[in-house]
Design a binder for this molecule. Structure first.
Ligand code: LLP
Length: 429
């Protein structure tokens, strides 16, 4: 029997909180009609529900500070490195986790307070360290002994630091997102931590305030976080603990993810049990802050029916690498039509077969020109957008209370050409 799909079949629980369908079945994000937004800003486009993002930031802050007043929630800038996004979360009271001099510059441009910033990096150069020292961030997170040497050489006065520890935990997530295991390139392996603490303590230009651990991303099992907290307790008592980010999110209707409140409850009780009630607690959420608050809109360019049905859109791995890098399932919908459904592959416009948005997904039978939205693209998609096949990176549009604002404009061919030196012809060999 032919299934009839309608925009009403969209799982709104994957879309930003507050997303609605009007009486004609049109999708509204942040009170703005998506069909009107794409008319104005084109496709592909990243659409951010600014109000929902603000609410998530406040929820995070409430969840932690209510249970542990000495908490700092630092938004991991890498998950959406735009000054507008950083600006919104910092206005709501979050600090910023930066992991490169560029992220630090964006956070400062967004008006964020360096006293609520940490600076990371497993390969910080002298210039990176100088930038962090100049900004006077709250903590520089020492990842290796070369950081210690650089800080000792470049700092004029004792610098507050945290030490990143690799707690020898195999987090349950994609291998590329495991960061706390024995063979990780991040942090100090657990069997060397005592020795490195000794070295830092003897170094007058470093003021060791605490430890840091981030064991992975897209973690759906809270026990992995408490295991990290437990592991940190073996290295002595400190005044500050930064437990990184990592809370996973739902990408499809069949996923389950802990709420921010459950995560905070779990984390704070582990901290109280193993590290003490008076410590300063920092967390660095990225994905769980932004993922659900952003969607991507595409147009269907061509439909090819054969062994499989390939529905090619005007974006792809140039604006969403999650699928090709990690096999992340997404749940796109055709939003501007009702009709019989069909099981299709939604593919991108780039020159390789791994360029997919969703594989074997049932949607309203797509036609050229249809509007497709992909929810839960707020984290790491903008981050890793690239120019494969000279794709022009999409704009970022903020939607709030029915008003849309352009936060980042679409890249232009001129932007790309501007870097070219257009070398004059030389004599052939
Ligand atoms: N803190 C540190 C030190 C991190 O390395 C990360 C993420 C976070 C916080 C934020 O983690 P989150 O809450 O977002 O899980 N490129 C991958 C994600 C890699 C995450 C890297 N580190 C992706 O596209 O999914």
């Amino acid at each position: 029997m032919t299934q009839i799909g309608t925009p009403g079949d969209i799982d709104l629980s994957l879309y930003p909180d507050g997303t609605t369908l009007d009486s004609a079945g049109r999708l509204l994000v942040g009170g703005c009609r998506v069909d009107e937004l794409v008319h104005r800003y084109g496709t592909p486009a990243y659409l951010i529900d600014e109000g929902a993002l603000r609410r998530t930031a406040r929820r995070y802050l409430d969840a932690f500070t209510r249970r542990h007043p000495r908490s700092l929630v630092l938004f991991a800038a890498k998950s959406f490195p735009s000054a507008s996004v950083i600006g919104v979360v910092q206005e709501e009271g979050c600090g910023v986790d930066t992991a490169a001099a560029g992220e630090l510059a964006l956070a400062l441009a967004a008006g964020a307070d360096p006293r609520r910033m940490v600076f990371h990096g497993n390969a910080k150069t002298d210039d990176d360290i100088r930038a962090a020292l100049r900004a006077r961030v709250r903590y520089i997170v020492v990842d290796n002994l070369d950081d210690v040497e650089r800080l000792a050489r470049l700092a004029d006065e004792p610098v507050p630091v945290l030490l990143r520890v690799s707690p020898a935990l195999d987090a349950k997530t994609h291998q590329a997102m495991m960061t706390g295991h024995d063979a990780s390139k991040f942090g100090i392996p657990s069997d060397q931590v005592d020795e490195v603490i000794g070295i830092i303590t003897r170094e007058p230009r470093l003021d060791l305030r605490g430890l840091h651990a981030h064991v992975g991303s897209q973690l759906l099992d809270l026990d992995q976080f408490s295991a990290a907290v437990r592991a940190l307790a073996q290295f002595g008592r400190f005044g500050a603990y930064d437990l990184g980010g990592g809370l996973g999110v739902r990408y499809t209707s069949s996923d389950h993810a802990p709420s921010v409140e459950d995560y905070a409850q779990h984390m704070v009780s582990a901290v109280h049990r193993h590290l003490g009630e008076g410590v300063e607690l920092l967390v660095e959420p990225g994905r769980s802050m932004v993922a659900r608050n952003g969607i991507t809109a595409y147009r269907v360019v061509t439909v090819k029916r054969g062994a499989r049905t390939h529905v090619a859109v005007d974006g792809g791995m140039g604006d969403n690498l999650e699928v090709s890098l990690y096999g992340q399932p997404f749940q796109p919908s055709v939003i501007d039509r009702s009709g019989p459904t069909e099981t299709v592959d939604i593919v991108g416009r780039h020159c390789e077969s791994g360029d997919e948005i969703a594989h074997g997904i049932t949607v309203v039978q797509p036609q050229v020109g249809d509007l497709i939205t992909v929810p839960v693209t707020g984290a790491y998609c903008y981050t890793m957008a690239n120019n494969y096949n000279t794709a022009l990176r999409p704009p970022v549009v903020f939607c709030r209370d029915g008003v849309a604002r352009l936060a980042v404009r679409r890249e232009t061919l001129d932007d790309l050409l501007r870097r070219e030196q257009l070398l004059p012809p030389q004599a052939p060999e």
